[in-house]
Design a protein around this ligand. Sequence first.
Ligand code: ZN
Length: 189
Amino acid sequence: MEEAELKEYLSSCGAFLEGHFQLSSGLHSPNYAQCALALKNPAWAGKLGAALAAGWKWQKPDLILSPAMGGLIIGHEVARAFGVDFIFTERENNVMTLRRGFSLPKGARLIIVEDVFTTGKSTLETAALAAACGAETIGAMAVVNRMGAKALPFPSLCILRLELLVYQPENCPLCRAGVPVVKPGSRKF
Ligand code: ZN
């Protein structure tokens, strides 16, 4: 699979929106990546997962760990491509936890897989949970990276790097222009 073909698919499937959005961080942005739209097609989700696994140049993981919900589909596809297990974390009272009988073997080397890196917060929380279980995060990957120059403390890989324009609500030019703000996920497309 050609990288150019994947990038063309990502920009053609409606996964990138322009408007006025309130991100989960509370910051406002004129654009938003809705990766779920890129992953609704199982064949393309499989191709994206395979491309991420094929592009991984570091240690092979023992398993894939993703924070729900965003990382579920792509994490599963990356795990399929590596031929390893896939488990996921969830927030319980805002704390990242493993539920549903999932556990991390001590010493396991894992890759955290997400749909989009935005602030890196959920990736770091997932890595902290893994460390608390005695597992080692050897890297992280996402379909889209909007983190800009901010780096994660381990090797990372993405298919598409997007410029992330964000504003504090009080300094947001779109708010000042009176454009209604949308919380992504709350709007029907
Ligand atoms: Zn705004």
